[in-house]
Write a protein that binds this ligand. Structure first.
Ligand code: F6P
Length: 342
């Protein structure tokens, strides 16, 4: 079978491991031939294709980024007939199925194409871990590891200078990276969008920590907004999804803490280093398993579905499950973490 793969949306450690897992499984079990669409859906629209023979995936699982490139292009943009565009490219190259590797936006597009008759399956990807259809996505573990290491470093310099350190982590509109890295690093306050603290509450935790002669470490998810954010507090650029484009919430919060408590405070935005590097062992294994399982899914005729992790098993679920439900931090997880604050 001739199968095309694409990686779309923000890159994520483990994308290359998915590609390698799929190619090895397809080559060894089904004698499949693989190609990649370059830069996500853009390659499918512009007919830019890269052959992926088995030798091309050697040593790929440890490599960050994606050998196929990524973009946020969408075949339906500007009223385009996405189905016709993709079908044409598939027919030109005798492609029989597409494996779309991406987050909710990519999977939404994949599902639209499937509704229009395109044989497509999905692999969920996001460092934010915000897809409810799967227990974990690859990339999340790597982002948490990087963030944790960075928080450990910030804590050390904070202790040396008797400062409060405020660190902003990724996560889009959910707080999973903040919750996990903050817990791992022993942060004194974690601010997440699901359960917004007030500025007073944040300052109380910082003060409590300071009074114990510790340098307060505050972790803020990029999508967090304090419950009582004063007028003009969020004077930073937001993108179409409401996320700070250049970082913002840490820089907004740090001066408020410094002013209210008289504690010297610094802000750091961890940004894209959280997703730019090599995947952890956990993410390599999960991504490889996803890649292998999605090839089986194609051969089972499971179009319109995607692979997912439930417990330790790889299962498949309709693409619609990934689109409809975002996974937010639960109250239990929040209360558990909050017990440790201060
Ligand atoms: O969804 C993944 C993610 O890394 C978010 O955590 C972050 O808000 C966003 O992508 C950044 O997107 P871009 O790479 O377009 O700046």
């Amino acid at each position: 079978m001739k199968i095309a793969m694409l990686t779309s949306g923000g890159d994520c450690p483990g994308l290359n491991a998915v590609i390698r897992g799929a190619v090895l499984k397809g080559d060894k079990t089904y004698e499949d031939e693989f190609v990649g669409f370059l830069d996500g859906w853009r390659g499918a629209i512009d007919d830019e294709i890269l052959p992926i023979p088995r030798r091309k995936v050697r040593g790929l699982s440890r490599l960050g980024g994606t050998i196929l490139g990524s973009s946020r292009a969408n075949p339906f943009h500007d009223g385009g007939d996405g189905v016709a565009l993709v079908r044409e490219t598939m027919e030109r190259h005798d492609i029989e199925a597409i494996i779309a590797i991406g987050g909710d936006g990519t999977l939404y597009t994949a599902n639209r194409l499937f509704q229009g008759g395109i044989p497509v399956v999905g692999v969920p990807k996001t460092v934010d871990n915000d897809l409810d259809a799967t227990d974990y996505t690859f990339g999340f573990n790597t982002a948490v590891e990087i963030a944790t290491e960075s928080l450990d470093r910030l804590r050390i310099t904070g202790e040396s200078h008797h400062r409060c350190m405020v660190a902003e982590v990724m996560g889009r509109s959910v707080g999973w990276i903040a919750l996990h890295s903050g817990m791992a690093a022993g942060a004194h306050v974690i601010c997440i969008p699901e359960f917004p603290l007030t500025i007073d509450e944040i300052c109380d935790y910082v003060r409590m920590t300071w009074d114990r002669r510790r340098a307060p470490l505050v972790v803020v998810a990029e999508g967090f907004v304090p419950k009582d954010a004063p007028e003009g507090f969020m004077n930073y650029d937001l993108d179409e999804f409401g996320r700070p484009r250049f970082g913002g919430i840490a820089q907004a919060l740090a001066p408020v803490i410094e002013k209210r408590l008289g504690i010297e405070t610094r802000a750091t935005v961890l940004g894209h280093i959280q997703r730019g590097g090599e995947p952890t062992g956990y993410d390599r294994v999960l991504a490889t398993r996803f890649g292998m399982a999605v090839v089986d899914l194609v051969h089972r005729g499971g179009m319109g579905h995607m692979v997912a992790l439930r417990g330790t098993e790889i299962v498949d679920v309709p693409l619609t499950e990934a689109i409809d439900n975002s996974k937010r931090v639960t109250r239990d997880r929040w209360e558990e973490a909050r017990t440790l604050f201060g």
